[in-house]
Design a protein around this ligand. Structure first.
Ligand code: 5AD
Ligand code: SF4
Length: 527
């Protein structure tokens, strides 16, 4: 695969970006430049830059066709490199990152590494980071502070920063300037380069920076280390929606869908291996297939094909209301192994705010979609994402969000205070809403959601429901926990052997965020 490698133009300044705001390059000395890689020395540290993030490039949406590769292999000289060595990966953020971590674990294990929970024992530590809000980033910088001590005690330790933060210009420069003890920085588009980057970092003893701003091709046969009975499956990568507050289109690149036959084959294989639940992943799964030039095949078509596969439960994350078409509503209405819990981020109930967020739907069209879903998908349970305190949000506009929450009757929502992300349009919008007002709005919204969650749980009292038993409850080993089709958490007393099976439970008590039940032995379904 050919890739354009970018490097900072330190010498000429021509066409170069202004790094000075992040990084003092005055003392930097370029010591080598070859094959697009620049090696320079600064503050006693040698840094090899293979390619750096660039927002302008990351934002570009070209017409180039995405190639699909089926021939990935660990480079021969790295196949036993990890033998006798241990790895630790810390994951921040969304399911997409969790799944990327499974891929990195797969790659490391194919190199002979084994996992450890104890960082002090690890030979390689990776932080798979999230950039969605500022507090996610603060956590990572805090963690880097702790890791510096480990690195001092054990100089052979390899430290890597990857994930969405690595795709940000400011972050990479801050790490190079202030956390020079890091060994590798790589992004979301070149995970498969991990073995090669380890080699470069180990043998050159340099900080290796390789972040691709233009998305890579799709690499189909990367190894994945999955655990438990539930699996994540990417169906597409990237996002082209460019909601004005969101960093994802920059960090994850343009929309690229996996070929249906590859997704179907992966689900068939997961069924063969006995997985009980699959969650299909994409930043906007409803845009699936829009990038195919040779196929007229949408997310609805995919779901219609997947429901014939012998995986007991199929879910998906996350939807965009704008692209949620009638075909999909109709297919979800067929039920079976397609679960009736649907996550449908609304972000705001105010048309003015939705417009400034560039969400490309209105309160009315969202409610119309909800009406269709309720009419078509039996017992549908809806959850959502909401941002409060978007720049300039008025009390009236916030109240419109509250009224929409009531009108839809969400059982659950992820709620956030707006966090400005450098480089996004909303970051330069005037914001006159004081922080205390934003916090107070979040509190009111969460209170309403707690009430609705409790009411939704109360409605289940006395019913017998099927749950997939996921494990022991965190607080009590005699208590097992599992989830209903509608994704509600249920605790009940039962034998450990039930973990990984479907059982029926009669609901006997309800709380705000979970429900309690009794195991109904005779109806245990051995699916
Ligand atoms: N500030 C606050 N919340 C955000 N989200 C995305 N970007 C931001 C931001 N800048 C929220 C949205 C999205 C969820 C994954 O994170 O609600 O749906
Ligand atoms: Fe971000 Fe989702 Fe909007 Fe894409 S659709 S820009 S991932 S909020």
């Amino acid at each position: 695969m050919t890739k354009e490698n970018r490097s900072p133009d330190l010498k000429s300044g021509k066409g170069a970006k202004d790094y000075s705001k992040y990084f003092d390059f005055s003392g930097a000395k370029v010591i080598a430049e070859e094959e697009g890689k620049t090696t320079f020395r600064i503050k006693g540290r040698t840094i090899q830059v293979n390619s750096q993030p660039d927002y302008r490039e990351g934002k570009r949406r070209g017409k180039e066709e995405i190639e699909v590769h089926y021939d990935f292999a660990i480079p021969e000289d790295m196949r036993t490199f990890g033998e006798g060595k241990l790895y630790s990966i810390t994951t921040y953020g969304c399911q997409m990152n969790e799944h990327d971590t499974e891929t990195m674990k797969g790659l490391l294990e194919q190199m002979g590494y084994r996992s450890t929970e104890d960082r002090n024992q690890a030979d390689i530590i990776l932080l798979n980071t999230c950039a969605i809000r500022e507090n996610a980033e603060d956590k990572v910088f805090g963690e880097l502070g702790h890791l510096k001590h480990l690195k001092t005690e054990k100089p052979g330790l390899l430290l890597g920063v990857c994930g969405c933060m690595s795709q940000e210009e400011g972050v990479v420069n801050r790490i190079m300037a202030k956390h020079g003890f890091v060994d590798m920085i790589f992004g979301t588009h070149n995970l498969h380069r991990l073995p090669a980057l380890i080699k470069e970092a180990v043998f050159s003893k340099e900080l290796v920076v390789e972040v691709w701003s233009k998305e890579g091709d799709i690499i189909e046969n990367l190894p994945k280390k999955r655990e438990g009975m539930r699996a994540w499956v990417n169906i597409m990568y990237g996002c082209d929606k460019f909601c004005t507050y969101c960093i994802v289109p920059f960090t994850r690149g343009k929309e690229r869908s996996r070929r249906p036959e590859d997704v179907i084959a992966e689900l068939r294989e997961l069924a063969r291996q006995g997985f009980k639940e699959v969650t299909l992943l994409g930043q906007n799964v409803n845009a699936y297939g829009k990038d195919f030039t040779d196929l007229d095949y949408t997310f609805g078509d995919l779901m219609d094909d997947l429901r014939k596969i012998d995986i007991p439960r199929i879910r998906f994350m996350t939807s965009h209301p704008r692209d949620f078409d009638d075909k999909l509503v109709q297919v979800l209405g067929k039920g079976g192994n397609l679960m009736e819990s649907i996550h449908l981020p609304v972000q705001s109930g105010s048309n003015a705010i939705l417009k400034r967020m560039s969400r490309k739907y209105s309160r009315e069209t969202y409610l119309e979609l909800v009406r269709k879903l309720k009419a078509t998908v039996k017992d549908v349970v809806l959850s959502t994402d909401i941002i409060v305190g978007f720049p300039g949000e008025t009390e009236q506009q916030f109240e419109e969000t509250m009224s929409l929450v009531r009108e839809v009757g969400f059982d659950m929502a992820y709620t956030f205070i707006y966090s400005p992300r450098e480089g996004t349009p909303a970051a330069s919008m005037e914001d006159n809403v004081p922080a205390e007002v934003k916090s107070e709005r979040l509190r009111r919204l969460n209170e309403l959601l707690s009430e609705q969650s409790r009411a939704g749980n109360d409605r289940m009292m006395g019913r017998t429901v099927e749950i997939l038993v996921e494990g022991e409850s965190k607080n009590n080993a005699n208590v097992l926990s599992g989830r209903t089709r509608s994704n509600k958490l249920v605790h009940f007393e039962g034998q450990k052997e039930l973990i990984g099976t479907f059982v029926h439970v009669k609901i006997t008590d309800t709380k705000t965020w979970y429900i309690k039940g009794e195991y109904v032995a005779e109806t245990a379904a051995a699916l």
